[in-house]
Design a protein. Structure first.
Length: 148
């Protein structure tokens, strides 16, 4: 029976080590007032391909009391992102003049993988969404042209 576990353990470790990155990532701010979600249709790209990513910011406490403007900055490694910043405003309950979103803001950004021929040290790109005290990271696997 012990030999059986010695044979199975490396296979389990290999399977866990080769897991695919998630195509949807959600994180909450430290105060749990906001939640950020990055959602892509797939989690892998070939050289030079683009990947639309839906970015959603949600007030987890409902509509804020006062109108609040904020930003999300994006940083990509092994690729680029456009736009690199989103600016948005949540309209507060006490604001009778401003119109717009009250609890959920969504917008698309586009990640572009490095062009063919670029020297790549790893096989995984990352898109970081920086909002307040939060760094939400979407991992994207970079694949060889012959893989597909």
């Amino acid at each position: 029976m012990k030999m059986h576990w010695f044979a199975v353990a490396p296979l389990v470790a290999l399977a866990l080590g080769c897991s695919e990155p998630d195509s949807t990532v959600t994180r909450s701010t430290e105060d749990e007032q906001f939640e950020i979600t990055l959602k892509a249709k797939k989690n892998h790209l070939k050289s030079g391909e683009t990947l639309p990513i839906l970015v959603t910011v949600e007030s987890t406490t409902g509509q804020l009391v006062t109108t609040t403007s904020d930003t999300i900055d994006f940083v990509a490694n092994l690729g680029s992102v456009s736009p690199s910043r989103l600016v948005f405003t949540f309209v507060g309950r006490d604001d009778s003049v401003t119109t717009g979103v009250t609890t959920v803001y969504s917008e698309w950004v586009t990640f572009t993988s490095p062009p063919r021929g670029t020297r790549i040290e790893g096989r995984q790109a990352e898109l970081h969404a920086l909002f307040r005290d939060l760094d939400t990271t979407l991992k994207i696997r970079l694949v060889e042209e012959s893989y597909w």
